[in-house]
Design a protein around this ligand. Structure first.
Ligand code: PMP
Ligand code: GLN
Length: 377
């Protein structure tokens, strides 16, 4: 694991703490999730729900996850054999990769990628092949010709809505990926943590809904983003009994089981707080517009974001070329922290001039950050 130092999120949040800069780097909201959900978790602690849950998760949450998948994607999963609760999506992804990837197997990822994917693949002894996402008319997408598999290709990790580009794959893009999986007999691990956070009426479609995909897809999601509780680290997978059994075998030796009070809070939220999530989605859409307009005012080229917490900017109109260099200097220069996108590439050169900003913040925080950036233009 020597190639993996402290993550960019740790480095940049460390800089924010040290300099007192506004943190538009690491994606976490600065307002709490639904009050009733917080109360359910508090009540769970006070009423003695404080001992180990069954390894696969408390029945209340598995049932709620199953109903939520049916309601939002029309997908049926048996709560007893096809759902596994995990410590965030991060454990779900790591356990899935460790379970399904053998040493020497190749895993395809889209770059820029979420940083835990290459680490999980390395832990499993696998290799990765990165398929680039590039802006076309301001929106990041891939060239189907870049989707290539070799004899050792085993799986593909598909993150939509996509961090860090904000792209939400269209049904046509998903069908291209699905056909590729079917043709090469690949397993898809889908990272759907931003499933509820899409804008402008763009729907989130799970890859598992496409023909022939449910049986080869490990769906991963998490409560962190949907309910503004990134610190609860409560996630899950849904898949076939065979695949869930394999991932459970790994999970039991990573963490054995997940914390109980959060599971009960999330079970409540999945059942009763989708209206709250809808309001969150509307509020984030307005924040995206607010930050995008401000960044454009400050001289960045702002790319299109249809989902997530993030917008990508191109720093070349500012006369700059290296996003990592800028991100390291920005806290001192302007009192703002952002994330250099190049660290999420195998081919860092392709992403050198992109910087990611998070808009999941109160309006006054966004305005203050924009004011600082504009005055330093
Ligand atoms: N996948 C993506 C794309 C993410 O942005 C994040 C960060 N929230 C995660 C996975 C990890 O989620 P969790 O905090 O639930 O482990
Ligand atoms: N998902 C969060 C982001 O992309 C970061 C999570 C982390 O700190 N690893 O900003």
């Amino acid at each position: 694991m020597r190639e993996f130092g402290p993550t960019i999120f740790a480095e940049m949040t460390g800089l924010a703490v040290k300099t007192g800069a506004i943190n538009l780097g690491q994606g976490f909201p600065d307002e709490d999730g639904p009050a009733a959900m917080l109360n359910v978790a508090t009540e769970a602690i006070l009423s003695g729900r404080n001992q180990y849950a069954p390894g696969i998760g408390v029945p209340e949450l598995r049932q709620a996850i199953s109903e939520h998948a049916k309601e939002t994607q029309g997908l049926s999963y048996d709560p007893d054999t096809e759902v596994l609760v995990t410590v965030g999506a991060t454990e779900a992804i790591a356990a899935a990769v460790l379970a399904l990837v053998e040493p020497g197997d190749e895993v395809i990822v889209f770059e820029p990628y979420y940083d835990s994917y290459p680490a999980a693949i390395a832990l499993a002894g696998g290799t990765r092949r990165a398929v680039p996402l590039r802006p076309v008319d301001g929106r990041f997408t891939f060239d189907p010709a870049d989707l290539r598999a070799g004899p050792n290709t085993r799986a593909i990790i598909v993150n939509s809505p996509h961090n860090p580009t904000g792209t939400v794959f269209t049904p046509a893009e998903l069908e291209t990926i699905a056909a590729f999986c079917r043709d090469h007999d690949l397993i898809a691990i889908t990272d759907e943590v931003y499933e509820h956070l899409t804008f402008d009426g763009v729907p989130h479609v799970s890859l598992a809904t496409l023909p022939g995909m449910r049986e080869r897809t490990v769906r991963v999601s998490s409560a962190g983003k949907s309910f503004s509780v990134t610190g609860w680290k409560t996630g899950w997978i849904c898949s076939t009994p065979e695949l869930v059994t394999a991932v459970t075998a790994v999970k039991q030796f990573l963490t054995f089981t997940s914390a109980v009070p959060w599971q009960l809070g999330v079970a409540h939220a999945l059942r009763h707080e989708l209206g709250w999530v809808n309001d969150l989605r509307g509020s984030l859409e307005a924040k995206r517009d607010r930050l995008s307009a401000g960044l454009a005012e400050a001289g960045f080229e702002v790319l299109k974001t249809a989902g997530t917490y993030f917008v990508q900017t191109d720093i070349r109109p500012l006369g700059l070329t290296d996003g990592l260099d800028l991100a390291r200097r920005l806290p001192e220069l302007a009192g703002v922290v952002a994330i250099p996108t190049q660290v999420f590439y195998d081919h860092a050169e392709t992403g050198r001039h992109y910087v990611r900003f998070a808009f999941c913040k109160r309006d006054e925080v966004i305005d203050e950050a924009v004011g600082r950036l504009t005055s330093r233009r």
